[in-house]
Design a protein around this ligand. Structure first.
Ligand SMILES: Cc1cc2nc3c(=O)[nH]c(=O)nc-3n(C[C@H](O)[C@H](O)[C@H](O)COP(=O)(O)O)c2cc1C
Length: 207
């Protein structure tokens, strides 16, 4: 008997996932507060190990945003190319976006992990640090896909890891771990983004 698969129905979630592209310059147009809140709710809905939600989202606007861009530009000079160039580009994205969301891990899961699982301290540290990073990565992806679904654009600025101590102290999260800085706004450019390698190249089936 030949199995006939029904056609895939139209699906807004899949469309948002496909449509999301990194955008690095933004229009001078503010993000409505309820849009920002919806994006933050989506981030906070991400799965997390032990449901620990070991993330913090720090919203940066106005003068603080200018200060952050200035901090990044001033530190860029301390690095050789291409890091210096990428840091300056990141500063430009930060300044052009109406709002920037920084993501830091709290370290709470790491602190509680050894007791929770009664494993050796080093194993617990590796395990729970990895869990915290994965928790936040899931939250950032939720954030970016939700933003896309609302017509907003984002980019994950990982390059700021190079100056993570400065960034964490700027964010008032000195005990935390740097995860991401994500400018959010209405994209100034339309971009198709870089070509992706095909699904066939990244998937294998075992049966
Ligand atoms: C962990 C991570 C760190 C990234 N860091 C940067 C960055 O520092 N600067 C930047 O311009 N883009 C950064 N990106 C965006 C990637 O360059 C982008 O996702 C990739 O080129 C694919 O393009 P797309 O997002 O449009 O699909 C980062 C993405 C990820 C997931």
């Amino acid at each position: 008997m030949v199995e006939v698969n029904p056609p895939l129905p139209r699906n807004e979630t899949l469309e948002s996932v496909e449509r999301r592209r990194s955008v690095r310059l933004f229009k001078r147009k503010s993000v409505p507060e309820d849009y920002l809140n919806a994006v933050l709710r989506a981030a906070n809905q991400a799965p997390s190990a032990h449901n620990q939600q070991s993330w913090r989202f720090i919203i940066i606007r106005g003068n603080k945003k200018k200060e952050l861009a200035h901090l990044v530009t001033s530190r860029a000079a301390l690095f050789p190319r291409p890091a210096s160039v990428l840091l300056r580009m990141a500063a430009r994205s930060i300044i052009s976006a109406p709002v920037v969301i920084a993501v830091a891990n709290t370290g709470e899961l790491i602190a509680r992990g050894a007791d929770l699982f009664q494993v050796e301290k080093k194993t617990a540290l590796d395990f729970f640090r990895t869990m915290e990073i994965q928790n936040s990565a899931a939250a950032v992806e939720n954030l970016m896909v939700a933003a896309t679904s609302l017509g907003l654009a984002t980019v994950w600025l990982g390059i700021l890891f190079l100056i993570k101590d400065d960034i964490l102290s700027f964010l008032g999260e000195p005990q935390g771990e740097f995860m991401a800085v994500v400018p959010v706004g209405y994209g100034a450019q339309r971009t198709k983004g870089p070509k992706k390698i095909s699904v066939e190249q990244v998937v294998k089936y075992l049966q």
